[in-house]
Design a protein. Structure first.
Length: 251
């Protein structure tokens, strides 16, 4: 964890959550308000249907984000949502290029880059996801694959510190498997170096999150790694108590 980057703990609810689950946001906000000082920026990305009501439950200690956006501002794209619409609903962040969308919807690096640009143009921070699959990890190509995703998915003409990067090894998502501390360390250092090469000094300030089976029993160790600046949490973000448990492990 870095001294200079405020940690971010982001909950990705994926396709989970009906109106009644908004009570988890109320409960989380209540827990956070008991802390003397906020340990991190706390963000929940619920399904799009809940963004606006989630914002009204979130208080001033939780920010709300989307899980995807279209690259264009408006137009004939049935079923899609633009970054501007997310912003209008109250979102401050948007996850782009999650591996589930890269797999389910065949999203490419260049589409992820276009979505990231659209988010920045709408004044929303994109959380740009990268990560190798099991086969790529086993064949020793994980770092090359992730760095190529970084180069292909991050806009080239960033003016400032406008993005967050999330490293999520695909094989660790929802499986209970987590890379070794030294593998996370090695990957996050490689990502940091690539960001500095691409973005200059802004690359040093860009938060790099780890995601994949993070829970309160492993988060303390993971969040201590030098270039891990927070977490992107799926399953363990659905219940306020589990999610707060992760936040509580930040030193
Ligand atoms: P899990 O925490 O459920 O493994 O999901 C991680 C993830 O995909 C967050 O975006």
């Amino acid at each position: 964890m870095s001294e200079t980057i405020t940690p971010l703990i982001v909950g990705n609810w994926k396709m989970n959550g009906l109106g009644e689950q908004l009570s988890e946001i109320t409960a989380l906000s209540k827990e956070l308000s008991k802390l003397e000082k906020q340990k991190c920026k706390t963000i929940i990305c619920p399904p799009a249907t809940l963004i606006r009501p989630a914002c009204s439950k979130a208080g001033d200690n939780i920010m709300i984000g989307g899980q995807n956006c279209h690259a264009e501002i408006s137009g004939a794209h049935t079923g899609d949502i633009s970054a501007q619409m997310l912003k209008d609903a109250g979102a401050k962040y948007v996850i782009v290029g999650h591996s589930e969308r890269r797999t389910d919807c065949f999203e490419t690096d260049s589409q992820v880059k276009a979505k990231s640009k659209a988010a920045i143009a709408a004044n929303i921070i994109p959380i740009i996801c990268v990560g190798e699959n099991e086969e790529q990890r086993k064949s020793g190509n994980a770092i090359d694959i992730v760095l190529s995703q970084i180069n292909g998915s991050i806009p080239d003409d960033l003016k400032g510190n406008e993005i967050v990067v999330a490293y999520e090894p695909v094989w660790a998502i929802g499986t209970g498997l987590v890379p070794s501390i030294s593998d996370i360390d090695e990957m996050h250092l490689a990502i940091r170096q690539a960001l500095v090469k691409k973005l200059g000094e802004n690359g040093d300030k860009t938060p790099i999150l780890y995601g994949g089976s993070m829970k309160s029993s492993n988060s303390a160790q993971i969040l201590e790694i030098a270039h891990v600046n927070g977490g992107l949490v799926g399953g363990a973000s659905l219940k306020a108590s589990d999610f707060f448990g992760i936040i509580a492990t930040i030193k």
